[in-house]
Design a protein around this ligand. Structure first.
Ligand SMILES: [Mg+2]
Length: 423
């Protein structure tokens, strides 16, 4: 029988915020979406006092006050770096692994050959906590869908010690299926769960026992696979070589609307640099790009406009200078005065592995890499993003995100290193 584990970080963003700030350990913690709009992550204590997922900050001000809730702006530089540490550790402990999201990782434990898998998982859990400071839960199952389901229950059960193994305890599978609402099954979205509930299928157990022909008719082969996985038949293998990305996007809503072209340009330059950096990281080049700007669709009093333009590159590139230059040309072409812009973005398209991109008929030689981008990446990695930039950044940066409660970049900026003090 196949053996999959799903390792999931508990309340990941909140756990990252606590990592270097021990004074948050005993307080409820919430993390806010971009521009400090609404709650996107909560610590256990924050869940317990009834703060809902997606709650707008202005609506929970009283609760925040009353319970001394720590409110954090999202700090993706920190979360991304901690995630890499956790994934590297997990990957080096299992024969095969698949990073599924920023805080989840599937492990293939088929050929592990340990006498007691639950023990091994508990050790891995402790090691992860000791080495990275992040608490995780582990669910083990004969399929990925059952591993996910086991993980959800491991998080909720104090008795489990953070680990539930359905492979060596097959007798737990049925009660586990009965305890799982259909909407919490991996791959069953809100639309499907509503449809299923209306027909009396309210748990994973009901769904696993529904008739194949009916499932196929209602939910197609995707739904059928989920039912089979719940019955213990593997339909989703471990995907340890993720497909290279075809597009990459860097876009953001502005903290305030912006009317000034220079400021929109400034924002686009920063997105272009960031998008180019992402593509270089994946060792890819872009064949084309698109730039878009739009007004705020939620403001009924503002004139609405949405503009975009694209270019394709003669030489596929990941050079920030070429990409920023093209973004400038597109903006000059599409710009219209008189609107209050709320969002802008840069998309890099037609991505290909570096070195495989075909030369055009008229190319004598491929454009030479002068090492500048490499040097910039090294400096930014070492001293923190934005330490060195193309000479394009402007003065007033009203477009920048509102991040009033941003925690320091403890692990990616020297200046933000945590201080330990002898008392
Ligand atoms: Mg999680």
């Amino acid at each position: 029988m196949a053996t999959f584990a799903l390792v999931d970080c508990n309340n990941f963003y909140a756990s990252c915020e606590r990592l270097f700030r021990p004074n948050l350990k005993t307080r409820p913690v919430v993390v806010l979406s971009n521009n400090d709009g609404c709650v996107i992550a909560r610590s256990q204590e924050a869940k317990a006092i009834g703060i809902g997922m997606g709650a707008p900050l202005f609506k929970i001000r009283d609760v925040v006050e009353e319970h001394g809730v720590a409110v954090c702006s999202s700090n993706y530089a920190l979360y991304g770096d901690i995630s890499e540490r956790v994934m590297t550790l997990l990957g080096s402990n299992a024969p095969n692994h698949e990073v599924y999201s920023i805080d989840e990782c599937f492990l293939d434990l088929d050929n592990l050959g340990v006498p007691d898998l639950s023990d091994w998982c508990r050790n891995l859990r402790q090691k992860t906590y000791k080495w990275t400071g992040i608490p995780v839960s582990i669910g083990v199952g004969p399929t990925k869908t059952l591993a996910k389901l086991a993980n959800r229950l491991a998080k909720r059960s104090i008795k489990s010690g953070g680990v539930i193994d359905l492979v060596h305890h097959p007798e737990w599978i049925e009660p586990a299926l009965r305890k799982t609402p259909i909407g919490d099954v991996w791959g069953v979205g809100r639309r499907w769960s509503q449809m299923l509930e209306e027909r009396g299928i309210t748990t994973a157990h009901d769904f696993a026992h529904a008739e194949d022909g009916w499932i196929r008719k209602k939910m197609g082969v995707v739904g059928l696979r989920t039912a089979h996985e719940l019955r213990g038949y593997v339909c989703h293998a471990l995907d340890d070589q993720p497909q290279p990305k075809q597009t990459t996007c860097c876009s953001r809503s502005f903290g305030e609307t912006v009317r000034d072209k220079d400021q929109v340009h400034d924002a686009l330059m920063s997105f272009a640099e960031r998008a180019a950096e992402k593509v270089r990281r994946a060792d890819q080049v872009a064949g084309a790009m698109q730039v878009f700007i739009r007004t705020d669709p939620f403001n009924p009093n503002a004139a609405q406009k949405s503009l975009s333009g694209s270019v394709s590159f003669d030489h596929p590139t990941n050079d920030a200078r070429a990409i920023a230059g093209a973004a400038t040309r597109i903006l000059n072409r599409i710009w219209r005065e008189g609107f209050a812009w709320k969002k802008a973005g840069v998309l890099l398209l037609d991505l290909a592995a570096n070195g495989t991109a075909p030369l055009s008929l008229f190319d004598a030689v491929a454009p030479k890499d002068d090492g500048l981008m490499n040097a910039m990446d090294t400096i930014n990695q070492r001293y923190g993003r934005g330490s060195i930039r193309l000479g394009l950044a402007g003065k007033d940066q009203n477009w920048r995100m509102r991040r009033e409660n941003l925690s320091p970049s403890f692990t990616t900026k020297w200046a933000d290193l945590a201080c330990a003090r002898m008392v």
